[in-house]
Design a protein around this ligand. Structure first.
Ligand SMILES: C[S@@+](CC[C@H](N)C(=O)[O-])C[C@H]1O[C@@H](n2cnc3c(N)ncnc32)[C@H](O)[C@@H]1O
Length: 421
């Protein structure tokens, strides 16, 4: 069954999630209220106002249980949380102690059947200065990437970044050196060095690249790693806790497919920038992947989804923020639909009409399977596009010219973050 899409649903995240069909969401990207750091005037169901950190985490994890149900087996959850400092033992740590919210959340997710794939550090180049003298200023937050299955949809090519240096780039194919220092033929698998423990990472990929005369990936781009330097958001609306769009874009593009089968929901893939139909026998049209934010706030997840041709769904307890998000996303969609070359992109509300299409003309951009399946060109970023504008994803703080704002939650005042300790 299809989930509602391109709308913000009113109410408490957990209660509303219970109305969404199983296996209907491709990706969840969200930033719930942090523990006792902000008030959203959203009523008694508001998350983040619990008396103890343990109760706060139980509520969040209960929401995550519902997310596990609505997420497709190929889906991913990205959850952004920050830590806070305790002021009293009753909160869950001694005064001045970090409450260890990201760590507790990660352990709680693992206990409830999630696999934690990444603990991403969101490093802020523009943190709020703190007057503390007996510890370091907090300059990062956490984004946990969690999945339910071992095999899930992930397109790393959408978010590779340029290599910093091409020093050491080999021009002549070499015979690979094994990790033990001896020569290994490229046909033979490199031996694991004697010092490697059972969980030590492999670098077979690097060995293979060297054997082929390359320093890394053939595209000349690399995996962005798990420390993302992104300036805090530049949104200047009525919501004071908006996360930056750049923080959403990378997980969105990597884990929310540009196309999914409109019948069974399996993701399409890409090869050399071309869409490849899902490995199913539905013979159905496609629709965009669907990203959910159960704590929608001012709708940044929906804005990023709209910009990148994905469908979105939000849940928000405070009706004022719901309206703010809806207007903000509509404004993004309208800018998109007025931009030249965007005409073929699925925009808000367009995808359902598309998926319900019964006539299926030849796909204009040469899908590798059944050219009768699709009528619109997709808007996924190809590797070439990623190369043209990698800085948008890689260094948004400097490249995008976004200016930090004071009223962002991710730059809370000293009093809020660490209570002046
Ligand atoms: C940190 S903000 C999200 C901001 C969002 N990421 C953005 O960029 O605009 C958290 C939001 O969760 C909402 N909220 C709090 N408790 C909620 C609940 N129980 N169910 C749904 N939303 C809730 C708050 O009103 C607030 O807008």
């Amino acid at each position: 069954m299809n989930s509602p899409r391109n709308t913000v649903l009113d109410g408490d995240a957990r209660t509303v999630l219970a109305t969404i069909p199983d296996n209907s969401i491709d990706t969840v990207i969200t930033s719930p209220p942090y523990f006792l750091l902000r008030r959203y005037h959203a009523g008694t169901d508001e998350v983040g106002a619990e008396p103890t950190v343990a109760e706060y985490l139980t509520r969040l994890l209960d929401v995550c249980d519902e997310i596990a149900r609505v997420l497709k087996p190929t889906g991913s959850l990205f959850i952004n949380v920050a830590d806070s400092y305790s002021r009293h033992d009753r909160f869950g740590a001694p005064p001045k102690g970090l409450l260890l919210v990201p760590q507790r959340l990660a352990l709680g997710l693992a206990d409830r059947g999630w696999t934690i794939r990444n603990h991403i550090v969101w490093a802020k180049p523009n943190p709020t200065p703190a007057s503390v003298t007996d510890r370091m200023t907090a300059t990062h937050e956490t984004v946990l990437h969690a999945v339910r299955e071992r095999r899930y949809f992930y397109d790393l090519d959408t978010c590779r970044v340029p290599m910093k240096s091409t020093r050491g780039l080999t021009t002549r194919p070499q015979r690979a050196m094994s990790n033990t220092g001896s020569r290994a033929t490229s046909a033979r698998r490199p031996q694991r060095p004697s010092w490697a423990g059972p969980l030590a990472g492999r670098n077979d990929g690097l060995e293979r690249a060297r054997a082929e005369g390359r320093a890394g990936h053939p595209s000349g781009l690399k995996n962005p790693g798990d420390v993302w330097t992104i300036a805090t958001a530049g949104f200047r609306g009525a919501h004071h806790a908006v996360f930056p769009e750049a923080l959403v874009e990378r997980p969105l593009l990597a884990t929310c497919p540009a196309r999914v089968c409109a019948t069974c929901g399996l993701p399409w893939r890409q090869q050399d920038g071309k869409p490849i139909a899902a490995a199913c026998s539905c013979e159905a049209a496609w629709q965009p992947g669907l990203v959910l934010d159960p704590f929608m706030g001012a709708g940044t997840t929906g804005v990023a989804a709209t910009r990148h041709g994905r469908d979105w769904l939000g849940i928000e307890l405070n009706p004022n923020y719901r309206d703010l998000a809806t207007n903000r996303i509509a404004a993004t969609a309208s800018v998109r639909s007025h931009r030249p070359n965007d005409g073929d992109a699925p925009t808000q509300g367009a995808s359902l009409a598309h998926s319900q299409a019964t006539d299926r003309p030849v796909d204009p951009d040469g899908v590798l399977r059944r050219p009768d399946q699709c009528r619109r060109r997709q808007t996924v970023r190809t590797l070439a596009q990623a190369r043209r504008r990698p800085q948008h994803l890689a260094l948004p703080s400097r490249e995008s010219g976004r200016r930090p704002v004071r009223d962002d939650r991710h730059r809370p005042s000293r009093a809020r973050t660490d209570h002046g300790r």
